[in-house]
Write a protein that binds this ligand. Structure first.
Ligand SMILES: C[S@@+](CC[C@H](N)C(=O)[O-])C[C@H]1O[C@@H](n2cnc3c(N)ncnc32)[C@H](O)[C@@H]1O
Length: 252
């Protein structure tokens, strides 16, 4: 489902999915607000560049910090294929030690998607994200949703795991859980606020996508994306999403 979309005035053809559509809508609004500027972007745990490369294609200068050399190699190949190798810098490093890797107050937009649930300690990572931002700069933070994980385990018949996850203060289901923690909107907001960021928007990502039979999701992709976008900002739907997207700003 490729669509022509605009990022800060630059037209791009991208495939919007339930996983990406809501996030791109939020990012596009920020890029539109700053249309004509070449922004400095930092993507922490940016992986293979699913967001970094389109941002570079829109003309921005993107640094990806990621722990995985394989992911960074794929990012570098992807950036070269897209013709934006000169606008994408790959830095191998640990998000837990971000403070030593990036210059303070030098970034216009920081992304940290699907990382805070796996790092040793999220608070110093968020503090480092905030410190990397220029005053007025924006943060796009995506975290795993806690309620969806409880419901998902229960609906699959794993009631013990659902109960453990619901009872655990961190929202994890024991040592075999692939994630260390999950968030609700209040907990994620508190984490960002403690680092001095002001949360401006919260959206649910994949409110419905993981709950639907594959035949429905695959058979009506455009309708699903539209419905996801319609529900994303509206509690209680938002709070049941597989992921929560927070858009925050460092006060000017
Ligand atoms: C689930 S992927 C998300 C990739 C990308 N942000 C996205 O949303 O498509 C998590 C990424 O975080 C990276 N990562 C995990 N722990 C990290 C850490 N402590 N420091 C830096 N990167 C880390 C992994 O290598 C992986 O590329």
């Amino acid at each position: 489902m490729a669509r022509v979309t605009r990022l800060g005035g630059v037209e791009q053809t991208r495939t919007l999915t339930p996983r990406t559509a809501v996030i791109w809508a939020v990012l596009a609004a920020e890029l539109d607000r700053r249309a004509g500027e070449r922004l400095t972007v930092l993507d922490v745990g940016g992986g293979t560049g699913g967001f970094a490369v389109p941002l570079a294609e829109a003309g921005h200068q993107v640094t990806v910090v990621d722990a995985s050399p394989d992911a960074l190699a794929a990012l570098t190949r992807r950036a070269a294929e897209a013709g934006v190798a000169d606008r994408v810098r790959a830095v191998q490093g640990d998000g837990d030690a971000l403070g030593g890797l990036v210059e303070p107050a030098a970034v216009d937009l920081v992304l940290c998607h699907s990382v805070l649930e796996v790092v040793d300690d999220p608070a110093p990572v968020v503090a480092a994200l905030a410190a990397a931002l220029r005053p007025g700069g924006a943060a796009s933070v995506l975290v795993a949703g806690r309620a969806a994980a409880v419901l998902g385990r229960a609906m699959n018949g794993h009631l013990d795991t659902a109960a453990a996850l619901a009872a655990d203060p961190a929202g994890a289901a024991g040592p075999r859980d692939t994630l260390r923690r999950r968030y609700d909107a209040d907990g994620a907001t508190a984490l960002l606020t403690a680092a001095g960021l002001t949360v401006q928007e919260i959206h649910g990502v994949r409110v419905l996508a993981d709950l639907l039979p594959a035949a429905v999701a695959d058979g009506q992709p455009a309708a699903l994306v539209e419905l996801e976008r319609a529900l994303a900002a509206r509690p209680p739907y938002r709070d049941l999403a597989a992921q929560l997207h927070l858009f925050a700003r460092r006060p000017a």
